[in-house]
Design a protein around this ligand. Sequence first.
Ligand code: ZN
Length: 59
Amino acid sequence: MSKNDIAVQYRTAGGAIVTVYGRHFEYRAECGGCREWTLSGDLKRWAHRHATRCLALPR
Ligand SMILES: [Zn+2]
């Protein structure tokens, strides 16, 4: 079991999962397909927008 708390997940058209996770004040959004990630801005918004655009397949 990961010690990171998953806040939200979105599925891309290709089936990869974009996850927002973290602990305390360190949150991170990461795509399970293309491995793009970010620490800044509105992470849920980034994750959702990325999920609608990313065409990478899950790894
Ligand atoms: Zn991606």
